[in-house]
Design a protein around this ligand. Structure first.
Ligand code: DGY
Length: 323
């Protein structure tokens, strides 16, 4: 029996590409050039499965491929707001993602941003590398204490909980959170976490607000000018979720006006473009969407796509089916 044909839109870690070529008739992207919208469409017209990632916009036009050869869309990543799920369903595609395996790496990166922005790490490093450091002095580059502060979590899913565990367990932080479907009472107790009914309540209490909700839909610009005003003066925003959850123009204004003290961002509204004003601000830490970027995690994500595809082509329901 011939192997299913799969098209992988970007380079994946070597160990996973090796596994893909063993199991499937795999078309890999060895030079890692992103596919155009037309090329993506052609992929759906020619392969049994397409494996895209967050940098591919899988919209209704791409999914209007004729004939639609693909039956599986195996997303390399947990977030899928770059995929038009309704269009995928209407074309008979099964859609999978890669939950769980990137929880720790993403939570670690949220804490990295929190520390960097609170302790002015990026700014300090630039200062030193630029030869501006003249020596220790009591008032030099004072930052903000983290231990014992209040951490506000918007979206208490897997990653939100992992950030809460790090903040509470590691740094004695009190945690307040917003989530429609909160963890059970025992989990909340272990995380030192108290639920609030509105985002404004979380913003009013938190010294650090960390976003862990999905992007798109009603969450687009959840953090807007009014919500920045609702944050404590001196508070920081951390975003490792999706760029469109934050109104970047309003964020720039809030930072410039001192409405909030700083921001640590890993995701942006128009990736890979970043609002130029942000790149000029010292009270902002900017990373290039590195949340899941550890070798261990990126291999595990790929293997998860492979497991889902193996199940699908064996006639079973893939474990991470989202549509
Ligand atoms: C995801 O998985 O959704 C990430 O943003 C990509 O690492």
């Amino acid at each position: 029996m011939s192997k299913p044909k799969v098209i992988v839109t970007r380079r994946w870690p070597e160990a996973v590409e090796q596994r893909l070529t063993e199991l499937f008739d795999a078309e890999l992207n060895s030079d890692d050039t992103p596919l155009s919208q037309d090329e993506l469409k052609a992929a759906f017209a020619s392969a049994d499965a397409v494996f895209p990632t967050v940098s591919d916009r899988i919209d209704a036009a791409v999914l209007s491929a004729e004939p639609m050869a693909a039956r599986l869309l195996g997303n390399y990543g947990v977030g899928f707001n770059h995929i038009d799920l309704e269009a995928a369903k209407s074309r008979g595609l099964v859609v999978t993602n890669t939950p769980e395996v990137l929880t720790d790496a993403t939570a670690d990166l949220a804490m990295t941003l929190l520390f960097m922005v609170a302790r002015r790490a990026g700014e300090g490093e630039r200062h030193l590398r630029n030869g501006a450091w003249t020596g220790w002095r009591p008032t030099h580059m004072m930052g903000t204490q983290i231990t014992g502060k209040t951490l506000g979590i918007i979206g208490m899913g897997r990653i939100g909980r992992a950030v809460a565990a790090r903040g509470h367990g590691g740094f004695g932080m009190r945690v307040v959170f917003l989530d429609e479907y909160p963890p059970d009472a025992e989990t909340c107790k272990a995380l030192g976490a108290e639920r609030r009914d509105t985002i404004e309540q979380v913003l009013a209490e938190a010294d650090f607000v960390s976003l862990h909700c999905p992007g798109g839909g009603a969450n687009r610009h959840l953090m807007n000018a009014a919500r920045f005003k609702a944050m404590k003066r001196g508070a920081f925003l951390i975003n490792t979720a999706r760029g469109d959850v934050v109104d970047e123009a309003a964020l720039v204004e809030a930072l410039a006006a001192g409405t909030i003290a700083g921001a640590g961002l890993d995701v942006y509204e128009r990736e890979p473009k970043v609002t130029p004003a942000l790149t000029k601000m010292e009270n902002v830490v900017l990373l290039p969407h590195l949340g899941s970027a550890t070798l261990e995690t990126r291999v595990a994500m790929g293997m998860r796509v492979v497991e889902n595809a193996e199940a699908f082509f064996a006639g079973k329901t893939p474990p991470d089916r989202v549509a």
